[in-house]
Design a protein around this ligand. Structure first.
Ligand SMILES: *Cc1c(COP(=O)(O)O)cnc(C)c1O
Length: 359
């Protein structure tokens, strides 16, 4: 009935412990749809990781959430501090924190004027200063950092570190990171803690070696929760099967079957985040004519679905519905039976499962 994420619990938990052991300064990131697991489940699991500190050597005292709106869900399940990744602004959800949650929050501040405004509202606020990286999403320039250092002076403050959010898949982040750390030193800021995102283990080791007086705290989501894909399986259920002849109509739009086969109805639709995949193959007119001549189904407008039967990715008979999808299985291929489970390839960060079953 359901779109299900099945987790090999033992294997998954072993991966979580191994990751915490490998990155002792780790700050787990739980945000959005909780990487498919739900935010609440990840916050509880972060608490579990914190309770296994004697095994991993990682003191999980801090959990990252993405937004201020996500704080209540995490705060009720994780006992430590909560770092909000979205920068504080003098408006919106950031100003609506209750007193108890506010005391557990570490804000991200990415503009000098926000630092002043935050401290005016809450002189005891704790925060990290985000540096502008080649991502150019949020962050302070070298000059902004110096301004922030002036605002803070040399006395005690709520400053808990600087933060750098680096792009994925670049060759090496080290040149950029070295420059950013040098900017921190040059700014006169007193902190020696740097929160990093998307650095490899080797990069973190090199960084820590180059700056022995700095503490490096990697913020990790994907490689923690989804790092061992072999522990995860996504399955949909076959809900119905209808044999069709060429010309039979089906679906919301009354399309007609291009040839004999079966319409297979499976669980999983737009409400789960199942979307249309790219059409198969080359879509030039000539290529389409050639596939049509061969009886290719993409030429009649069927597009590839993320559902597979017997290891073969099947085509959508029409765009996914809200909670179910219609697939076309041409004659010749094995027809799955009602109740059978089939594999689905999803983007975990964009999928809401009906069930997460941790075995
Ligand atoms: C989402 C996010 C992370 C975690 O990213 P993953 O790729 O899931 O590890 C880290 N830092 C920032 C600022 C983020 O927004």
């Amino acid at each position: 009935m359901s779109l299900t994420l099945s987790v090999d619990g033992e294997r998954w938990r072993a991966h979580l412990l191994a990751t915490a052991t490998r990155f002792p300064g780790i700050v787990p990131v739980a945000k959005g749809n909780g990487y498919g697991f739900t935010l609440g489940r990840l916050a509880r699991r972060a608490q579990w990781l914190a309770e296994h500190a004697d095994e991993t050597g990682a003191a999980i005292d801090l959990l990252s959430v993405g937004t201020y709106d996500e704080l209540p869900e995490a705060a009720s399940r994780f006992d430590g501090d909560l770092l909000v990744l979205t920068p504080w602004r003098p408006f919106g959800a950031a100003l609506e924190l209750d007193e108890r949650t506010a005391r557990r929050v570490i804000h991200t501040v990415s503009r000098p004027e926000d630092l002043t405004a935050l401290l005016e509202r809450d002189p005891a606020a704790r925060f990290v200063l985000e540096q502008l990286t080649s991502m150019r999403r949020h962050g302070m320039t070298r000059r902004d950092l110096a301004t922030a250092a002036e605002v803070l002076g040399t006395g005690r403050s709520g400053l808990r570190g600087v933060a750098m959010h680096l792009p994925l898949n670049t060759t090496s982040h080290l040149g950029e990171v070295n420059r950013l750390v040098n900017d921190v030193v040059a700014s006169g800021l007193t902190t020696r803690t740097v929160f990093v995102s998307h650095l490899t283990h080797a990069e973190i080791t090199t960084l820590a070696g180059s700056y022995p007086d700095f503490t490096v705290r990697p913020r990790i989501g994907t490689d923690l929760w989804l790092g061992d894909r072999g522990a995860l399986a996504v399955r949909a259920t076959v809900l119905d099967v209808h044999e069709v002849d060429r010309g039979d109509t089906f679906g919301y739009r009354g399309r007609s079957a291009p040839k004999h086969g079966h319409i297979v109805i499976v669980s999983g639709g737009t409400a789960h985040g199942i979307g249309l995949e790219a059409p198969t193959g080359d879509q030039s007119l000539k290529a389409r004519a050639a596939t049509l001549a061969r009886g290719g189904l993409d030429a009649v407008g069927f597009v590839r679905s993320p559902f597979s039967i017997d290891g073969k990715q099947r085509l959508f008979a029409e765009p996914p519905h809200m909670q179910a999808s219609m697939l076309f299985v041409p004659s010749g291929a094995r027809v799955p039976r009602v109740g059978e489970e089939i594999e689905v390839r999803v983007r975990f960060t964009a999928t809401d499962f009906d069930r997460v079953v941790i075995g």
